[in-house]
Design a protein around this ligand. Structure first.
Ligand SMILES: [Zn+2]
Length: 162
């Protein structure tokens, strides 16, 4: 078991309930079945199709993630020698990841390494910054975001009412 979250953590990175209503969006980049909420899954399918029609391939890297899986990810970072503070820049504390909601998805594209800042240099990223909002997807962690989370140009979250 790892140490408790820093005292101010919850005010910077809110608690996120684990989704119970999930549907498959098909295989991720490692051919594991990926899941989102029904609304986010529909929006993702529409967005992926629209991108493809513009010659852009959007690859699902990581969608819904359970709190238990988040614990494993964070524990792996600590096992590699990161401090909790360092690890929390890259992985949310269990219970605080947007991926628990089933509305967030990490997106890749063939021309860049996955989950690396270089994603921002791709046509896919440019396409997303211009078009994603039409489908209700927004980038959660821009540079210097108030959550203290590293810049994640690949991480997009569906906000159904936005
Ligand atoms: Zn993410």
């Amino acid at each position: 078991m790892f140490p408790p979250a820093p005292e101010d953590y919850g005010s910077r990175v809110p608690l996120v309930a684990e989704a119970s209503d999930l549907v498959s969006i098909g295989p991720d980049h490692l051919t594991r079945e990926a899941y989102l909420t029904p609304a986010a899954a529909r929006a993702w399918a529409d967005m992926r199709d629209a991108a493809l029609a513009d010659g852009i391939e959007l690859i699902p890297i990581s969608a819904f993630r359970s709190i238990a899986r988040q614990e494993e990810l964070l524990a792996a970072k600590l096992a590699k020698g990161m401090t909790l503070e360092q690890a929390l820049e890259y992985s949310a504390y269990p219970g605080h990841s947007e991926h628990h909601s089933g509305n967030a998805i990490d997106i890749g594209t063939p021309s860049a390494r996955h989950l690396e800042e270089e994603f921002e240099t791709t046509p896919a990223f440019y396409w997303l910054t211009t078009n994603a909002r039409r489908f209700g997807f927004f980038m959660s962690y821009p540079r210097d975001n108030p959550h203290g989370i590293a810049y994640e140009p690949w991480h997009w979250c569906h906000h159904p009412l936005a």
